[in-house]
Ligand binder design. Structure first.
Ligand code: F0G
Length: 457
């Protein structure tokens, strides 16, 4: 008999979680104005809001915490982290920051000016925010196939080389760099192929431009290259990561994802001029150069986390769990962005709650229904998150309306995945009875999804 798949770790410490009744959840949801960000974590049974900073550190990482050197300047923990990053990425210069958006803020303060154009593949919200707040443009060059949730292609996060070439032909004078997000979070945690990174490099070289990798989930991206792209099956994750970074000039990193720490980030680059430029902004925004936004102990834990999470077994366990959840949704016929990506399932709410009009926010309605059903918290990546058009002030209904269910790293078991899937199935089975959604009672001008107040219709 073939042995079944099992996790590449065992559990040494547990954290109790609590179930609740539907009645309690109805009350809490109302008190939270139907915004899942406003819930208290004790009111949540299984939390799929994000995979950011929610992973479980290993015994080796916790041991490393005790070795933190909290010296203000010249901390040995910084040098441990720097050496690990040098080894994994090949980038010589490292600036620690408190999280990914801080890395963006520091690097973009040096590189992005009013009128700049930054082409890329579905820039993450904060990346876009740090570009647009500098009166520059984030130009999305993702392949069109990413918008068709039912289409199965292996590298749905790719940059469209034709769109990128056109962007550079038109705007090259104003392009400070190209940014490629690996994996492509907004498109559904979809990977970018090595071939595509090579194509981006060639176009960048043609126009004399540099390439930044937004690397929050670079290890998951390397896993998909190993398992899906020809010629990589026999390479290690570390070899693949090194090759990916060899095609770029620098990176911004949210270490809260593939670094498996609860807080942290960094910039790394091979170019001294970028380092010198960014350095000037690190000190006032983040802190002195050998800690940036981090504690010594967190830098130690991150060095271990980066090393562990660029090992195949750890990644295989993780992706296997996300695929397990996707397999259950397949069984129940629930539509999501296919094939499933690295860190989450993105349920296509428009295809589930077909009776709820766009104006009443189907994905948010589905998120609320799932919470009321079983205390599972997901996150709307749809029409509310899309904010209003800055000029017309109309809601933007042009994109996808998705419910993202993130899987935290090394936190839940496959039994929790079964609960998530069953809860979703129960909502799915009564989808035709759900005909009304929510309306906005109060919203902020930007990034409204965090604080929006809603009313159930
Ligand atoms: N880039 C990507 C691709 C991200 O997914 C995130 C964060 C960031 C940058 C910013 O990093 O949060 O450390 O400041 N994504 C989280 C999420 C918040 O839920 O997807 P940060």
């Amino acid at each position: 008999m073939e042995l079944p798949f099992a996790e590449s770790w065992r559990i040494k410490m547990v954290e109790p979680i609590k179930k609740s009744t539907r009645e309690e959840r109805e009350k809490w949801m109302k008190e939270a104005d139907y915004n899942l960000f406003q819930l208290r974590s004790e009111q949540v049974y299984i939390d799929c809001l994000t995979d950011s900073g929610t992973g479980a550190m290993s015994d080796r990482q916790w041991a490393a915490v005790m070795m933190g050197d909290e010296s203000y300047a010249g901390s040995s923990s910084f040098f441990h982290l720097k050496e690990t990053i040098n080894k994994i990425t090949g980038f010589e210069y490292v600036i620690p920051t408190h999280q990914g958006r801080a890395a963006e803020n520091v690097l973009f303060s040096h590189l992005v000016k009013a009128g700049s154009v930054v082409p890329g593949n579905s820039h993450f919200d904060t990346t876009k925010g740090h570009i647009e707040s500098r009166k520059a443009t984030a130009l999305d060059c993702t392949i069109d196939e990413a918008k068709d949730t039912q289409l199965e292609i292996p590298f749905k996060g790719n940059v469209d080389p034709k769109k990128l070439e056109k962007a550079l032909a038109e705007h090259h004078e104003n392009v400070p760099f190209i940014i490629v997000t690996i994996t492509n979070n907004t498109a559904g945690g979809q990977p970018v192929s090595m071939q595509n990174l090579r194509e981006v490099r060639a176009i960048a070289d043609k126009y004399g431009k540099r390439v930044v990798l937004d690397s929050a989930r670079f290890a998951e991206n390397a896993y998909f290259i190993k398992t899906r792209e020809e010629g990589y099956a026999d390479k290690t994750i570390k070899e693949i990561a090194l090759e990916m970074f060899s095609l770029a000039d620098g990176m911004t990193m949210s270490a809260k994802k593939d670094g498996i720490v609860n807080m942290g980030g960094f910039i790394a680059t091979r170019h001294e001029d970028w380092y010198e430029g960014a350095k000037r902004f690190c000190i006032p925004f983040e802190g002195y150069l050998t800690y940036g936004g981090m504690n010594g102990r967190d830098m130690e834990a991150l060095a271990v986390g980066l090393d562990e999470n660029t090992e195949f077994d750890n990644l295989e366990t993780r992706i296997h769990q996300v695929e397990f959840l996707a397999g259950l949704l397949d069984e129940y016929g629930i539509p999501y962005q296919r094939p499933v990506g690295g860190h989450a399932i993105f349920v296509d709410a428009d295809k589930v709650l077909t009776k709820v009009p766009k104006e009443e926010f189907p994905a948010q309605t589905l998120a609320i229904e799932l919470y009321l059903e079983a205390g599972v918290r997901g996150c709307e990546i749809g029409y509310i998150l899309a904010d209003r058009d800055p000029v017309t002030r109309e809601n933007r209904f042009g994109g996808l309306d998705l419910l993202r269910l993130c899987v935290a790293r090394r936190v839940y078991t496959d039994n929790h995945m079964r609960v998530i899937a069953a809860a979703l199935k129960n909502v799915f089975d009564r989808r035709n009875e759900i005909t009304r959604g929510v309306e906005i009672v109060w919203e902020s001008e930007l990034m409204r999804h965090f604080t929006v107040k809603l009313r159930k219709l």
